[in-house]
Design a protein. Structure first.
Length: 671
């Protein structure tokens, strides 16, 4: 075909798989998108969501020009303006805010809409600019902070085993993770292990599509994962199967942790977790006598009040069993701890230290802010306590700028909207947090309308404001080169030229990779077991069970067709998702006189959302589940599950508590 070429790139979305892709371009137009068949982890496949990405870039509701608000905040009424007008107004407002209130009155609120090191939350986009202005820092804690902190306390890093090594495992625990929905490329390696006789167990409050494919499903009570970990280790100790050599050589705090394990016999753990004692014991026996054992735990497991401790204690399991010494053994949470690029945000540009504002505390921390700049995020759709966020965003003294692709609920509150490029239209550098590859995304097509990349937007704004700091004007290729200059051995041989030609490169780690076989990146070089009394923290939903007027624990798992709120406006994916549902156990439904298809209010003291009942034994009694990812304004009643999520912190890292909420279900009038 005339004018056809293939352009190598990478998926930018918040998923561990970080896929490598190939865009086919014909006469300047992207006509086909497929997974890169040469990439060892992607293996030619994309997910049901990203398969529609090219369609998404051409959607009728895409924002293509700068906009200025013309109606009340929240109305979503705008007029088209030029980039010059937009930059004029933004520059004037930013100068006034800095002069009257100081730079700390500016909150650059960045989310995980893109994980790129150039354009997205992982790297440098805008941070140098904000440092020159003295803006507040932004703590991006919404996704994985509790678990990462817990893992770091145990291992010294959130990095763990290479997920490709699951193919070598003999026992696989898919713990609080729905692999076939949220990172399905791992399943190929799980299948390889199963073909070699591995036993696969899904530990999840919901019987997910992944649990259907596992050899065994354990329906755990939400937030009690650390108790189960201790119960399994109790069986390991009873069997005398702990690895004494590894414990002596590579761990610290073992004697006190051993006493903690003994406080969690199987019968007590069964009572805490809701898992039958026989099942806890039989899995403990498998764990005691199966090497190597691999544990896959992703972000859902740590979104409750004890979430950081849960990951801290789960990470201790291979320290007791010695699985870290074996390829195919250990814990895989996020491989990001093994990526050592040079993220130089130039904190030296700050005139003085500034405060840090917390992503999950948007509603309560916004009152002292005069400019909110949102990019790669849709907090009205994705962040806790939606009602309180809306009230703050409606303030007339708050100047809000949103860089976006589509008219989200957050855009509706903006004073200025800036049109942003999508992944096929800009350059970026990526590393998946579920594998060990760096990837380059080459722009395949020109941006539509007047869309600009994040890096170019900040370059133009800096120029418009007359800022003279040279690093504010570094090109994308210069920024990418800087990222690769950390000098870490994992980057040996990795160059930008090679990445641009080949599309991806594996970080310089051995195959197979057993990261902690000879020690840990802690000050002592040893794994640190949780101290006494800190191995299990009960979530609020467990502590208040039977005493709260809201008796049901709500969890909000990932949708199979949306990724957070990305694709929440895609007509075909919305059609596949159908109406919002809440899964209800038959016993809980019968108590309330509820039947499948009935519309209910899911509510607590904080708010409510509407959903249709699906009576199902996929959830245990006392647990209800409603998938996340819907735009509130495209949902019945104008709200999604975040309306009932409190703005409070997990035990570590100030993580979010999306799976630690008590609710009640009530029929809607006339349903």
């Amino acid at each position: 075909m005339s004018g056809e070429l293939s352009v190598l790139g990478a998926c930018p979305l918040d998923c561990p798989d970080g896929c490598s892709w190939v865009v086919t371009v014909e006469d300047g137009r992207a006509v086909k998108l497929r997974g890169n068949p040469d990439h060892p982890y992607t293996r030619g496949a994309l997910c049901v969501k990203v398969n529609r990405y090219l369609e998404h870039t051409r959607a009728a509701d895409r924002i293509l020009h700068p906009l200025r608000r013309t109606g009340p905040k929240g109305s979503g009424r705008f007029e088209r303006i030029s980039w010059e007008e937009a930059l004029d107004e933004i520059s004037a407002r930013l100068r006034n805010i800095v002069e009257e209130h100081g730079g700390a009155a500016i909150w650059p609120y960045q989310g995980t809409g893109s994980l790129g090191y150039l354009q997205g939350c992982e790297g440098v986009a805008g941070r140098r600019f904000w440092n020159v202005l003295g803006a507040s820092k932004h703590w991006l804690n919404i996704c994985s902070a509790a678990g990462s902190t817990g893992l770091s306390l145990t291992n010294g890093t959130p990095g763990g085993m290479d997920p490709e090594n699951f193919a070598l495992s003999r026992l696989i625990l898919l713990w609080g993770t729905n692999t076939l929905t949220s990172g399905h490329h791992l399943w190929k390696f799980v299948q390889d292990a199963k073909a070699n006789g591995a036993h696969v167990v899904a530990i999840d409050p919901i019987r997910t599509r992944t649990a259907d494919q596992a050899d065994q499903h354990l329906a755990i009570r939400p937030g009690t994962d650390a108790a189960l970990a201790l119960g399994l280790l109790n069986v390991v100790l009873a069997e005398g199967a702990q690895d004494e050599e590894f414990l002596a050589a590579h761990t610290q705090g073992w004697e006190s942790f051993r006493e903690e394990i003994l406080r969690f016999p199987v019968e007590r753990v069964a009572e805490i977790t809701g898992i039958p004692a026989a099942d806890v014991h039989s899995l403990g026996m498998r764990l005691a006598h199966t090497r190597p054992t691999a544990i896959r735990a992703t972000m859902g497991i740590q979104r409750h009040e004890g979430g950081g401790t849960a990951m801290r204690t789960i990470a201790a399991i291979p320290g007791v069993t010695g699985d870290w010494r074996h390829p195919g053994g250990g814990v895989a949470y996020s491989t990001s701890g093994h990526v050592h690029v040079n993220i130089d945000t130039r904190d030296d540009l700050l005139a003085e230290p500034v405060r840090t504002l917390t992503m999950t505390r948007l509603a309560s921390e916004l009152d002292s802010v005069r400019c909110l700049w949102v990019y790669g995020a849709n907090p009205v759709g994705s962040t806790s306590d939606t009602g309180a966020i809306r009230r703050e965003l409606a303030r007339e003294d708050l100047f809000t700028v949103v860089m976006e692709h589509f008219p989200t609920d957050t855009v509706d509150y903006a004073d200025i909207v800036l049109p942003a490029t999508m992944q096929t239209e800009h350059a970026d550098l990526h590393a998946g947090y579920g594998h060990l590859y760096l990837q380059w995304n080459e722009p395949a097509v020109e941006p539509p309308g007047e869309c600009l990349s994040t890096t170019e937007t900040f370059r133009r704004l800096a120029r418009h404001m007359g800022l003279t700091e040279p690093s504010l004007y570094d090109s994308d290729l210069e920024l990418a080169e800087q990222l690769l200059t950390s000098g870490h051995p994992s980057l040996e041989g990795v160059t930008l030229d090679r990445l641009r030609k080949e599309g991806w490169m594996r970080l310089n780690y051995p195959r197979p990779f057993a990261p902690f076989a000879e020690g840990f990146p802690t000050p002592s070089g040893r794994l640190r077991f949780p101290p006494p009394g800190r191995a299990y923290v009960a979530p609020r939903s467990v502590r208040e069970a039977g005493r709260s007027p809201y008796p049901l624990t709500l969890i909000t798992p990932a949708s199979h067709v949306f990724l957070n709120t990305t694709f929440g406006n895609n007509p075909e994916l919305r059609r596949r998702a159908k109406e919002p549902v809440v899964l209800v156990n038959p016993a809980d439904a019968a108590e309330r006189g509820l039947v499948s298809g009935q519309r209910v209010r899911v509510h607590n003291a904080g708010g409510e959302f509407l959903a249709d009942v699906e009576v199902s034994d996929r959830v245990a009694r006392g647990v209800v589940a409603s998938p996340k990812g819907r735009w509130p304004k495209l949902s019945p009643g104008g709200a999604n599950p975040n309306a009932v999520v409190e703005e409070r912190d997990a035990d570590l890292g100030r993580g979010a508590v999306y799976h630690d909420n008590l609710v009640e279900l009530s029929p809607c009038a006339g349903s």
